[in-house]
Ligand binder design. Structure first.
Ligand SMILES: NC(=O)c1ccc[n+]([C@@H]2O[C@H](COP(=O)([O-])OP(=O)(O)OC[C@H]3O[C@@H](n4cnc5c(N)ncnc54)[C@H](O)[C@@H]3O)[C@@H](O)[C@H]2O)c1
Length: 569
């Protein structure tokens, strides 16, 4: 009950999300204090399974594989699964912890009350995606930073959704039970088993997971629909073969299968109530790996009982762990599991790497990757404010300067950069953030004019046109431990030119007329324009001179982008 209240409060309190202003809040400076930190992690306990796989880092015993690393730097790291009630282990550490790492799979509900008690708290990290278990408004008011590992388990969830669709369409679960119980009754399965081909599948939400699902569904020759706050670029729509539906209530009744892929917000909480469900096709199948509370639990159970919903599958519940008497455990035609889709071993390694990367940046006073912020030092991140805003008609997106107010969303890359993590005894593991594939991925070379805001993971061959040192701190033989040098370089190929920000040793490589390969480069925005950079996950390599002439009259860094309001109809 307490957990339910906390989650409700988290969303309710966001009603005034857009009214939180930097001046009205008490900001606990994220990077102000140095020295030893007390870090607490709350993860599910694995007991006898903990030692079965050295890469099982997502459990309490595995502790994200960062214990040795943290302790070697003098930090205190406490890990528990005990998260409920006034005497739980987590509660004991609330008054003096600096960082709290939580996960959606075993959510520690971070209520306003807990935040108030946590006087030293600076940073809340979600190992995974979805921070609705945190009272974000209270976190913002306390000046905290909340960040998650955006993109870390999107492939895991999209694959799982595809599996659930097939399980429901084929009426798989009763067949499995027959085998276990010694039965053999083909008719009991076959009378309601179908092919996926030719069915209409609609996703409510087409962000990272929704798009990956559409991509995976394309070869099945379905009729693919999507509804989202913002329409994709038409090129991406064509690639995915999906049709945009502006009105959710016009899309839903067309669907044989509905998949939920939006966050839980004030707007999506309880959206699928009995009235909306009544308007769905009789016999509809629903897959929901997004959040349990997007559904009215009883309405779903009733519709499963009446047959209006012919099958419901997902891994998310409200609350979690689901109580033994949760109505979804006992409704007919369900294929529910505990919250597992986003915590495959591959996903664990990715979100562990993401958490480690953010902690490292936190200790060094560096910013996190922009897309990870949910609340940044007391201010709701743009994305959060847009999703959670109580004003239904507006959304801020990053887009090219547009003549009309109606914009398509800037390309949202679903290819995220590779991450490397040193996992203590497990050694160095190569990780791909979103499109994980075993082994090394062949780099795909990009041309300069294909670069877009908000993208990363680019590999390009460019010539250095010019290089100008803009910052130099510390001498190699000086008292500072670290030297810092930054040069702004113009680099380009036959399609265009862009400013590349070179740091430290990179500066030495960026000599005019040199040809370099920039591996895993990313776009940073500086005063509304794009700049290219290569951080520690990428590489700058000098290569053989290229034979192209740089197209100097197409300087992408001179194109100004702005945040535009997109009016939803
Ligand atoms: N089950 C799991 O293990 C698991 C793992 C990861 C994520 N998730 C859930 O999936 C959700 C989606 O993840 P993602 O990475 O695709 O996020 P995302 O931010 O990339 O995409 C979310 C999409 O939902 C859209 N949206 C938000 N509010 C909307 C509204 N009211 N109406 C229409 N569209 C709306 C956004 O525009 C965006 O395109 C997460 O928020 C999380 O709750 C679950």
């Amino acid at each position: 009950m307490a957990m339910k209240k906390a989650a409700t409060a988290a969303i309710k309190s966001l009603r005034s999300a857009s009214s939180v202003s930097a001046s009205s809040i008490f900001t606990r400076q994220l990077h102000a204090a140095t020295g030893s930190k007390k870090i607490v992690g709350v993860f599910y306990k694995a007991n006898e399974y903990a030692s079965m796989n050295p890469n099982f880092v997502g459990c309490a015993e595995g502790a994200l594989g960062i214990r040795d690393w943290l302790e070697s730097q003098g930090h205190q790291y406490i890990v528990t699964d005990d998260k409920e009630g006034p005497t739980c282990e987590l509660e004991k550490h609330i008054p003096d912890l600096h960082v709290l790492i939580t996960t959606p799979f075993h959510p520690a509900y971070v209520t306003a009350e807990r935040i108030k008690k946590a006087k030293n708290l600076q940073l809340l990290l979600t190992a995974g995606i979805g921070s609705d278990h945190v009272d974000l408004q209270a976190a913002a008011e306390a000046g905290l930073t909340v960040a998650e590992v955006t993109g870390s388990n999107v492939v895991s969830v999209a694959e799982d959704e595809l599996m659930r669709i097939l399980i429901l369409v084929r009426n798989f679960v009763p067949g499995y039970h027959q085998v276990i119980s010694g039965d053999w009754n083909v008719a009991a399965i076959a009378h309601r088993a179908y092919d996926l081909e030719g069915k209409t599948v609609g996703t409510f939400g087409a962000g990272r997971i929704g798009r990956l699902l559409l991509q995976r569904l394309k070869p099945f020759n379905c009729n693919l629909l999507y509804h989202d706050r913002v329409r994709m670029e038409s090129e991406l729509e064509n690639q995915l073969g999906a049709k945009f539906e502006e009105d959710i209530d016009k899309m839903l009744p067309k669907c044989d299968i509905i998949v939920i892929n939006t966050p839980l917000t004030e707007k999506t909480r309880g959206m699928f109530d009995s009235a909306r469900i009544a308007k769905l096709k009789k016999g509809v199948l629903i897959v929901n790996n997004a959040r349990g509370a997007i559904m009215d639990a009883q309405a779903v159970a009733d519709a499963c009982a009446s047959g209006h919903i012919a099958g419901y599958s997902g891994d998310v519940w409200n609350p979690q762990p689901a109580p033994k008497d949760h109505v979804w455990r006992h409704m007919p035609n369900h294929a529910m599991t505990p919250h597992i889709s986003g915590t495959t071993i591959d996903a664990q390694l990715r979100y562990a790497a993401g958490v480690k990367d953010m902690l490292d940046k936190y200790f060094k006073g560096e910013d996190f990757p922009t897309q990870n912020y949910i609340v940044k030092e007391g201010k709701l991140a743009n994305r959060t404010a847009a999703y959670y805003s109580s004003r239904p008609s507006k959304r801020r997106v990053h887009g090219r300067r547009l003549k009309t107010r109606k914009a398509t969303e800037a390309h949202l890359s679903i290819r995220l950069p590779p991450l490397f993590i040193s996992l203590g005894v497990f050694g160095k593991v190569k990780l791909e953030m979103a499109d994980a594939k075993p082994g090394m991925r062949k780099p795909v070379f990009t041309k300069v004019d294909q670069l877009r805001p908000g993208t990363s993971g680019h590999t390009l061959t460019v010539k250095v046109v010019s290089s100008k040192m803009v910052l130099q701190k510390g001498r190699p033989d000086g008292p500072q431990v670290r030297q810092m040098r930054i040069a702004e370089c113009l680099v380009g190929d036959e399609t265009g030119m862009i400013v590349f920000t070179a740091r430290n040793e990179q500066v030495d490589l960026m000599k005019p007329d040199t040809t370099v390969i920039l591996r895993n480069a990313k776009i940073d925005m500086f005063k509304g324009s794009m700049r290219l950079a290569v951080d520690k996950w990428g590489r700058v390599e000098v290569t053989d001179p290229a034979d192209f002439t740089v197209k100097e009259d197409n300087n992408l860094s001179l194109v100004e982008y702005e945040l535009v309001n997109v009016v939803e109809e």
